[in-house]
Design a protein around this ligand. Structure first.
Ligand code: NAD
Length: 349
């Protein structure tokens, strides 16, 4: 039987949750609640029931779960109220403003015996799944370094995302997705973190960042979000022991160049304007295979399917409390590094 869902916050993402819930085989949308009357009126005009208050939602015995899609600084309060009312809760990302808030939310879930998770929907992105599939297949060998970038040129949105008190900034906005994805691809313990912030169009919060994660054992991850990039760099660039992979744009397939023969008998030097180079000479089909990977199949509805199955005790929730903790600690280390200008030794694996 479908689980009854109420979406708290009927803004951009709340609207997305409603749209998907209306097509879901897993959840039944009972309605929404938004503090703004105009948003409640809009929902009603679209045939979606609008509750008059949060208390009304929490008192409705039919509600199995809420999805909390409101600005980041309010996730904790609403999630804990829902859990204390005996309702399972999904928080939008970032799950909370910091680890202390997250621990309070986890404690509320535990004391009420309810499920609580965060909507890391970008685990269903096809580009991420393609890199993960490449890691799993081992076809270009062990990964050495993965670069994950998102570049736009419109600055940071001019709403609450530009304000520190509401949890604005790109680390908490896009960073949380890219960090979560990266930690699903490289699962080694983290050794250290270094991060630099951009403040190009916004002085209050980071409007972009460059984050390096060094893992124990030597693998590295580089995560970059830019909102002032008029030429975008590739979405993913992967160097592995037997080749290189790249996804230029999230709409494009993963391109792979796999090394077949390391040694070449005859390398033809390349002429550059001021000299010759053999080291940087391109390879040919004798020593490398060049191909595109098939696009992985992805179904974002699996997020709610998993959460509902977890409520029924049929499986573990796909985004676990420990995974949420780790991502939050990485973001906190990124802030610490950006503020101090130092590499931060990581302590929370
Ligand atoms: P938004 O500003 O478009 O909408 C927020 C809505 O919440 C507004 O309508 C506002 O009136 C309402 N609201 C504020 N406080 C409330 C409260 N206490 N109770 C009820 N309603 C309240 O913002 P958005 O883009 O929808 O973002 C909301 C959340 O979703 C944020 O945490 C954001 O990070 C997240 N988000 C996630 C994704 C994703 O892909 N997972 C994408 C966008 C946004």
């Amino acid at each position: 039987m479908k689980k009854n869902l109420v979406v708290i916050g009927y803004g951009g993402m709340g609207g997305w949750h409603c749209e998907h819930a209306l097509k879901s085989d897993t959840v039944n949308l009972l309605g929404i609640y938004d503090i703004k009357e105009e948003r409640r009126t809009l929902a009603e005009s679209r045939g979606i029931h609008a509750y008059g208050s949060l208390e009304e939602v929490l008192a409705d015995k039919r509600v199995d779960l809420v999805t909390v899609a409101i600005p980041n600084d309010s996730h904790k309060e609403v999630v804990i109220k829902a859990l204390d009312a005996g309702i399972n809760a999904i928080s939008e990302k970032p799950v909370a403003m910091n680890s202390a808030e997250l621990e309070d939310m986890i404690a509320a879930a535990n004391r009420n015996g309810k499920k609580f998770s965060v909507h890391q929907n970008r685990r269903f992105d096809v580009d991420f799944l393609a890199v993960k599939a490449l890691r799993d297949s081992g076809e270009i060998g062990e990964m050495i370094e993965i670069e994950s970038r998102i570049h736009g040129s419109r600055g940071i949105p001019s709403d609450w995302r530009g304000e520190k008190e509401h949890g604005g900034g790109m680390v908490l906005d896009w960073g949380v997705h890219l960090i979560d994805q990266m930690l699903r691809i490289i699962e080694d313990p983290i050794d250290s973190i270094h991060c630099v912030f951009d403040h190009i169009t916004n002085q209050e919060v980071d409007d972009g960042f460059r984050l390096t994660i060094c893992f124990e054992g030597g693998k590295r991850a580089y995560i970059e979000v830019g909102t002032y990039n008029f030429i975008a760099m590739p979405r993913f660039y992967v160097r592995a022991k037997q080749g290189t992979a790249m996804i230029r744009d999230w709409r494009e397939n993963c391109q792979v160049v796999k090394c077949k023969h390391w040694h070449e008998s005859e390398v033809v030097p390349v002429q550059t304007a001021a000299g010759l180079t053999k080291t940087m000479a391109p390879r040919d089909e004798v020593t490398v295979d060049t191909y595109e990977c098939a696009r992985p199949i992805s179904d974002v509805h699996n997020y709610y399917r998993n959460f509902c199955d977890a409520i029924d005790g049929k499986c573990e929730q796909m985004v676990t409390h420990d995974q949420m903790r780790l991502v939050m600690h990485v973001m906190e280390a990124a802030f610490e590094s950006a503020e101090s200008g130092q590499v931060v030794k990581f302590k929370f694996n």
